[in-house]
Write a protein that binds this ligand. Structure first.
Ligand SMILES: [Zn+2]
Length: 54
C-alpha cells in the first residue's frame, strides 16, 4: 500500500486547479497555502486540489 500512496501523491499532490477558471497549475501544497501561486490565466489565488475536481 505504501507504493500506491507514493504514486497517488505524485499524481495529485502537486497539481492544483484554479477555482475561477479551472486551469491547472503545478505547484507544491506549501506554496499554495502561502498564497504565492497566481493563476496564469486569470491571476486568481484560489486553488483546490485536483482530487476534488470530480
Ligand atoms: Zn484561474
Amino acid at each position: 500500500m505504501v507504493k500506491f500512496e507514493e504514486a497517488h501523491a505524485r499524481l495529485f499532490k502537486n497539481v492544483f486547479v484554479c477555482k475561477r477558471c479551472k486551469s491547472k497549475q503545478k505547484s507544491t501544497m506549501q506554496r499554495v497555502l502561502q498564497g504565492k501561486i497566481l493563476c496564469k490565466k486569470c491571476g486568481g489565488k484560489a486553488f483546490r486540489t485536483l482530487r476534488k475536481a470530480k
